[in-house]
Design a protein around this ligand. Structure first.
Ligand code: FDA
Length: 374
């Protein structure tokens, strides 16, 4: 029997980064993963020569040079720039909201004309001076009615499964508006997609004689034994599930993915198209080959439709819902966590935070430096 120093629950980016760093320091690590593959939600799989993002579009972006250098140890990145297109009842608009969008919407050609139009729209809405009471009022007060109606309302209502007039205003604190012809969605300095997919990153992180990985193993099938047998546990599953939901359930949003192989070279001409009306049941259509500039077999393409869904126990918890009530409940779970000195809770589900990939790596490296005091 091997004596492990660590049990890591979950082989996503948090668990894998921690495993890699622990092994680098000579520690013996066991990783268990309940899915039948490693890499968590960044998992990509090749089909028809195309890297298919199995759990939704993943674009790496950061302004942190250290994190950017760190991830490049494990893959070479291409120059992909996220520039989604919105489809509203057949009308196409560039995102994020920028001069291209304004020109498409109103035929304006200069930033001054665009600003005037937005001011005019806000005035038409005739909102009171009081605080916006819901998401609809907030959005209109920031950007006016046209953009709200065509590009925000339907998409947001589908995403959250609630009417915009019933959603809290804070979901939209600000809306990025750009008065330049720039369709780059992110403001970060570094951005790209790993050539050959994301799974190789986690594979390389876990490729060590000191790391053993078992997939298809759920921590909760043997929780008490794991707690007894391992000196330290890094847990990247759901923190409320770890405590058997004893304080109540945290809320999550789930997603359903519908993937289709098509016998055409190019289905939609862009990696990501958002469907912003409320009639189309899906929010996004991803055509994976465009993440790598059309790489893949001739005459084939893979397309995924993304449907938002309510979460209930047993579903995949893709997004934490970080509203006030949930964050307070999470704080209560954190107190329980402090009575578990053997266990460190990490990652998107363990810390109940909507982390992007660069933030998860950052959080994992922080946990590593706390652990090893180096
Ligand atoms: P992750 O969920 O990846 O890993 C946790 C692992 O633990 C999973 O593999 C799970 O199966 C396993 N597990 C859970 N419970 C277990 C148990 N009881 N026993 C054993 N194993 C268990 N980020 C970004 O930077 N750019 C982007 O474009 C996107 N896009 C995006 C789209 C969508 C649809 C989603 C849902 C997310 C993104 N992200 C993103 C975020 C990104 O996916 C996220 O930051 C990382 O995958 C989080 O890594 P973790 O290791 O924290 O969790």
């Amino acid at each position: 029997l091997v004596n492990y120093d660590y049990l890591i629950v979950g082989s996503g980016l948090f668990g894998a980064t921690f495993a890699y760093e622990a092994a680098k320091r000579g520690k013996h690590v066991k990783v268990i993963e309940k899915r039948d593959h490693i890499a968590g939600n960044i998992y990509t799989k090749e089909q028809d020569g195309i890297q298919v993002h199995q759990y939704g579009a993943h674009i790496f972006h950061t302004s942190n040079k250290e994190i950017w250098n760190y991830i490049q140890q494990f893959a070479e990145f291409n120059r992909y720039t996220n520039s989604p297109v919105a489809n509203y009842k057949g009308e196409l608009y560039n995102l994020p909201f920028n001069m291209n969008t304004f020109s498409e919407l109103w035929g304006v050609t200069t930033p001054a004309e665009a600003k005037a139009k937005i001011e005019e729209q806000k005035a038409v809405a005739n909102l009171s001076d009081s605080e916006p009471r819901n998401l609809e009022e907030q959005a209109i007060s920031l950007i006016g009615t046209d953009i709200y109606t065509k590009l925000i309302k339907g998409y947001t209502e589908k995403q959250w499964g609630q009417k915009a007039t019933e959603l809290p205003a804070f979901i939209i604190r600000r809306l990025p508006v750009r008065y330049t012809f720039d369709n780059n969605y992110f403001n970060d300095i570094y951005q790209g997609i790993p050539i050959g997919g994301y799974t190789q990153i986690v594979e390389k992180m876990l490729d060590s004689d000191l790391i053993d990985v078992e997939t298809g193993v759920d921590f909760f099938d043997n929780k008490e034994e794991y707690l007894k047998d391992y000196p330290r546990i890094i847990f990247t599953g759901m923190i409320d599930e770890f405590f058997d939901y004893q304080l109540g359930e945290l809320q999550y949003r789930s997603l359903k993915f519908e993937t289709e192989e098509m016998n055409v070279d190019n289905f939609q001409g862009n990696a990501v198209i958002n469907y912003t009306d409320s009639e189309t049941p899906y929010t996004r259509v991803i055509e994976h080959k465009h993440f790598e500039f059309g790489k893949g077999d001739k005459g084939k393409t893979i397309v995924t439709r993304e449907y938002p869904a309510n979460w209930k126990r047993g579903d995949e918890p893709y997004y934490p819902v970080n509203n006030k009530a949930n964050n307070e409940l999470y704080t209560e779970y954190r107190k329980l966590a402090e009575n578990q000195p053997k266990v460190t809770f990490g990652g998107r589900l363990g810390m109940y935070r909507y982390y992007d990939m660069h933030q998860v790596i950052h959080a994992a490296l922080e946990a590593v430096s706390q652990e090893f005091k180096d």
